[in-house]
Every structure is written in C-alpha cells, then in structure tokens.
Design a protein around this ligand. Structure first.
Ligand code: LLP
Length: 421
C-alpha cells in the first residue's frame, strides 16, 4: 500500500495534489511520501519483533538526506556501500553504531574513515579486504567489528544483473571456505568477529531462495560456534521484492519474511539485521513527467515525455516495468490507446514502455511513473546535459523540495578549462 491515490479525479501524494507540486517545481521530478516510507520501515520492524534486531536501510535505493532522516528518526540503521554513503548517513544524524558497511571493494580511505567515525560492523567480502581492515584498525589502535559475507550458492531467481548469491557472482566468500576464513579472521589483530552476513539478490519475489540461504547460514553458525567463534549477529541482507504492477503481483510480505527468519535462524538467539532498500523506498516514490509531444509514427504512436533514461534508467538497464499513470484520473470506461512511451534522449534505449495501453493523452499532460522511489533518483545521471531532477518529499498536506534542480551554470561550472586552452 502507498499514499499515491486518486482523489476527486486527480493523483495525490498524501494530501497534496501532484499537479500543484508540478506547477511549483516544474517537471520532471521525483516525489516521495513520508507516510509510505514510514509504513514500510515499520512493517520490517514489526516483522522482526520478539527478536533482537536492527533494520538497516540499504540507502543505495534512495539516499536523499531527508529520506535518511525520516527513517533514522524511527530508529533505522543504515547499510552503506561507499565512503560517500557513509558520509551521507553521518550527515543525516545516524550514529556510527547504527551504520553497517557492505560492498565488495572498500578502499583503505573508506575503511579508515569508517573506523575513525564509528561503525557498527564491516561486512567483509574477501580475505584481502580482511587483512587490510585488520592492518588499518590495528594501526589506529581500534578494533573493527566484522561479519564475513558468505556466498551460499543459491539461485535468487531474479534478474541476472541483480542476483548476487550464486558462486559465479563476485560477492562474498564461498560458504565452503567460510570456516577457514573465520579461523584466519579470529587470529588477526584489530578484528572482532561478531557474526555472519549474507545477501543473495534484489527484487526476490519468492521466499524459497531465502529459506535455502538462511538454513545454510544457520548450519554455519552452529559450525562456527563449535569452532569457538562467538557468533552473535546475523546480517541477512535485503532483497525482498515489491509489486511493480497493480494488477497481478503479490510478492511475499515483510511479515511472511519475518516469519521465515524466525523459523530458520530464530533458535540461534542471534541479533538479526536486515538490509532492505527497495521495499522501503520503491513504492514510496514516483517520477512525475510531462508529455512534450504526441507523435504519430509508422503504425504506432509515441508519447514523448520530458523525463528520460538519464532520470530513470531501470527500463533501459533491466527491461524493468514501471506502471505509468496519468495524473488526471481517466474517466471510467474511456477507451485506451497503445503508446510507445519514450524520453528525449538520443538513443533508442530511451524507451520506457512499448505498446503501453493508456487513456488518450496530449502534450502538456502529466504522468507519473509508479514504484520509482528505489533505484530511481540515485541512478540518475546528467547524460545529454539534462540536469539531475529535483526530489520532493510530501508529508500530509505539506511538501518540500529536498534536492533542487541545478541550473545549467552549476553543471557547466563543474568543468574547468586547463591553462593551456
Ligand atoms: N544489501 C546489499 C549488500 C545489497 O547489495 C543490496 C542491493 C541491498 C542490501 C538492498 O537490496 P534491496 O532490498 O533494495 O533489493 N539497481 C537495481 C538494484 C540493485 C540492488 C543492489 N544491491 C534495480 O534497480 O533493480
């Protein structure tokens, strides 16, 4: 459930008409709903009730300061994957002991910054990384809490580009090697081995891969404990999928997922961490765009929007489907037409949807891409020197621009001309 609903014939974000925001901010823009973000966080928090736990929002999904603060105020931790994300989390007021550092290629500078600023744990992805963390922590006179990310060789049954738990993927260390690496870690200076981490992929719409992975993690926990390690925290990753269409999808709910966690690893008495990103932010955001032209092609009609692949890359990159709805609610029974919905960027890949049935639309009409809150704004670029689109946050009957649209000078002035030119 989200808070982007039609009311009196037009789309609202909570209690604000989307068209009012478009008039104030200009298009295209991302628009988030506070109540939806809060609700989705709460669903996970509730799903893990009864177990010691922390929901560490995977902020790669949407990392605006206002979004982070909204979630941090509810008690969320953060899962970060770069020094930039770590700095963003700190800037939003998240204390270091609520920040988990994931990622397959943490640099020395990033590791040092996290150790100096405080960190809940590093999720270590390789032996070389383990050695570097040990060296830096020891040189700073600190102890780095770590988990090791294991690769359970489980098929997440999702899009190949966002599947991470198979042995051919670059992530984690093979679970078969885990005991040896844990033994190595325990002997290193500056390292406190606290748990196990696993993350098998994103947009999972079936719980079975989780079940397989978490059972392997439970078994490993018992083995590692028998080896003498004090395994007390399990980071179970993120990845729970969301419905991208209104009609026929019913992915498992956070409550089902929570029950699965309790069933598979609950008996171990570990503190549980999860790292959901998409489910918290995805359906809490829309991309609002305006029709520039309706163009009659050979046997097809193009709806040319002012939003493009640089603003929302998911359709071009993953063939992802986003529902696209008119901001003015179509009259009941109106005859739909097929449109190819495209942006202005000079690539055929700048196509959001082909043959999409929509009510008749004209130049100037507003449309909204649903489910665009996660991996939308954060993956945007300025390709074609199209400014990064603004982000807006609604709360009840209020809204605020939480990232301004840069003007052309700001963009151009980032370049410098060398002295010889
Ligand atoms: N934890 C780790 C270690 C991850 O790599 C990810 C996502 C998450 C948590 C959060 O997964 P989520 O709950 O959001 O599914 N750009 C792609 C998705 C990439 C996901 C990368 N890792 C897309 O637009 O579909």
């Amino acid at each position: 459930m989200d808070h982007f609903l039609y009311r009196d014939g037009e789309l609202y974000a909570e209690d604000v008409p989307v068209a009012d925001i478009a008039a104030a901010v200009g298009t295209p823009f991302y628009l988030y709903s506070t109540a939806t973000l809060q609700r989705h966080y709460q669903l996970f928090d509730d799903a893990l009730s009864g177990m010691e736990h922390m929901v560490c929002y995977a902020m790669k999904a949407a990392s605006n300061q206002a979004i982070l603060k909204t979630l941090a105020d509810l008690g969320a931790g953060m899962d970060v994957v770069s020094g930039g994300e770590y700095a963003r989390a700190k800037a939003a007021g998240v204390p270091g002991d609520r920040i988990v550092f994931s990622g397959v290629g943490k640099t020395r500078a990033e590791i040092r910054a996290a150790l100096e600023g405080g960190i809940r744990q590093f999720n270590v992805e390789s032996e070389p990384e383990l050695l570097v963390i040990s060296e830096i922590a020891a040189s700073l006179g600190k102890t780095a809490p770590i988990t090791i990310r294991v690769n359970p060789d489980v098929d997440a049954k999702t899009h190949a580009k966002i599947s991470t738990g198979k042995s051919e993927n670059k992530f984690g260390i093979p679970i078969s090697k885990a005991r040896a690496v844990y033994a190595e870690a325990a002997a290193l200076p500056g390292i406190d081995v606290i748990g196990i981490d696993v993350h098998i992929g994103s947009q999972l719409t079936d719980l079975e891969p989780y079940e397989l992975a978490y059972r392997k993690v439970a078994e490993l926990t018992e083995q590692l404990r028998a080896d003498g390690h004090n395994i007390r925290r399990l980071d179970l990753g993120g990845g729970l999928g969301i419905p991208y269409t209104r009609s026929n999808e019913a992915p498992p709910l956070p409550s089902d997922y929570g029950a699965l966690i309790k069933r598979t690893v609950g008996y171990l008495g570990c503190e549980i961490e999860i790292e959901p990103g998409r489910l918290i932010a995805g359906n809490a955001g829309i991309l609002v765009s305006r029709v520039i032209y309706v163009k009659q092609g050979e046997g097809r009609q193009f709806l040319i929007l002012d939003g493009a692949m640089n603003d929302l890359i998911r359709p071009a990159m993953y063939d992802a489907h986003h529902d696209i709805v008119p901001v003015v609610e179509p009259e009941a029974g109106v005859e739909q037409q097929a449109y190819d919905i495209v942006g202005p960027v000079c690539e055929t890949g700048d196509t959001f949807a082909k043959n999409r049935m929509m009510p008749p639309l004209q130049a100037g009409d507003l449309v909204a891409f649903r489910s665009a809150g996660a991996y939308g704004a954060v993956m945007a670029s300025e390709y074609n020197t199209r400014p990064l689109v603004p982000e807006v946050l609604a709360k009840g009957d209020q809204f605020a621009v939480i990232r301004q649209r840069p003007d052309f000078d700001e963009i151009i002035n980032r370049d410098t001309i060398p002295p010889w030119l």
